[in-house]
Design a protein around this ligand. Sequence first.
Ligand code: GDP
Ligand code: MG
Length: 162
Amino acid sequence: MTPVVALVGRPNVGKSTLFNRLTRTRDALVADFPGLTRDRKYGQAKLGRMEFIVVDTGGIDGSEEGIELHMAEQSLLAIDEADVVLFLVDARAGLTSADIGIANHLRRQKKKVFLVANKVDGLDADSVVGEFYALALGEVYQMAAAHGRGVYGLLEQALTPY
Ligand code: GDP
Ligand code: MG
């Protein structure tokens, strides 16, 4: 089975930028992968020897309180059908209440979650990503999706069991 990687996080953290980099806009032939619906945006990704399906989500609107009540249905479904979840946060914006709400949801899932601080380009990454450890999702991976930095290593780590 081809592993499925879901990209989740609040709007504007860089999910679609990462999706486009991973797929180079090749849309997956969803029909070839039974069990996936057409309601979310799927792409077929090939990175070195790794092949996987990546799912972009519109994002979770965390601007309101009670984030789990407002998590977009599509994002929840994408998490459900994924083997691995990449949870993106914005290293420039810092930790937000929306991030905390999403993290609370993800911690209750049995999914393997990788917490990714995106947009570290031009930043002193080690000093800005520290606050995201408060989300209690383990390691904080550094990435600059727009430039490709950190992408390969993260996927290699995330897909090792598959
Ligand atoms: P989404 O809403 O999570 O899908 O976020 P997008 O992929 O649409 O990106 C939101 C904004 O962040 C866009 O202006 C991107 O160009 C910018 N962005 C994405 N990745 C990076 C990055 O690695 N570094 C910087 N500096 N900007 C980025
Ligand atoms: Mg997007």
